[in-house]
Design a protein around this ligand. Structure first.
Ligand SMILES: [Zn+2]
Length: 252
């Protein structure tokens, strides 16, 4: 979220496991722009059906209804004279358009400053016959000097993954966490998860440096104290990779 407000950064790539707050981050970026930095925003979902569900369940029923400062800024589509629809909502100084990556019509219209691409590994190769949906969305933002393209996804097929490909072109930041016992900073790996046969509830994390088995409290402490470390030099694209072992909501 900080990277999305950083003027040095043009693109943000987030490759993350399920249930790590990716969609919540997208909603926060939308809310921030409606309230503080209004501009035209495009949200790209894998399909038109998912675009409609995202608009109704996450934006209208979630973000707008539960955030006091946003409540009166975007009119409900059901209100008379609102002019708003499920997939296009105007607010003072900007608008949100929500489209499906399978729907070329939605991708071909207005100029956009913030392009938010959610779950990109579930996009079709082409939006109808119009070509790559992310390239089409990116073209919408070409006239803004302060444009941002944000791509978020759980990676699916190794070797044929849009998010993996985009991440490989970024500065490749990985989430490193410290061991509470020896303070060695490390990226959590599945190979270091240990448990008794048939008893998943006994799972513990083995520190790669000191060999201490972390308690669940140690793991949560480590996640809270982690930091992003880039592998490659920064050239305008900030990339973030984090896996499900870093979820504070799911036990090991
Ligand atoms: Zn250690």
């Amino acid at each position: 979220m900080d990277a999305c407000s950083d003027p040095e950064i043009q693109e943000v790539v987030v490759m993350a496991g399920a249930q790590l707050g990716k969609t919540e981050a997208i909603l926060n970026i939308i809310g921030y722009h409606i309230d503080n930095n209004p501009c035209p925003i495009l949200v790209l979902q894998p399909t038109l059906e998912m675009a409609q569900a995202f608009s109704k369940d996450r934006i209208a029923a979630g973000l707008l209804r539960s955030t006091p400062v946003l409540k009166d800024k975007v009119k409900d589509p059901r209100a008379r004279d609102s002019g708003n629809t499920t997939l296009h909502k105007v607010f003072a100084g900007g608008a949100i358009t929500i489209v499906g990556a399978n729907s070329p019509a939605g991708l071909a219209s207005r100029p956009i400053r913030i392009v938010l691409c959610d779950e990109v590994d579930r996009y079709p190769t082409s939006a109808g016959t119009e070509g790559d949906p992310i390239s089409l969305a990116r073209k919408r933002s070409a006239t803004f000097w302060n444009r941002k393209v944000i791509m978020v996804s759980t990676p699916t097929n190794k070797g044929a993954s849009r998010i993996e490909d985009a991440y490989s072109k970024s500065d490749q930041r990985q989430y490193h966490v410290p061991c509470k016992h020896c303070h060695h900073c490390q990226v959590l790996k599945w190979a270091n998860v240990k448990w008794d046969d048939g008893q998943p509830e006994t799972a513990k994390y083995l520190c790669e440096e000191c060999g201490v088995l972390w308690s669940e409290a140690d793991r949560v402490w480590a996640i809270r104290n982690g930091e992003w470390i880039a592998k490659e030099p920064f050239k305008g694209i900030a990339g973030f990779a984090i896996n499900g072992l870093c979820s504070p909501w799911t036990p090991l």
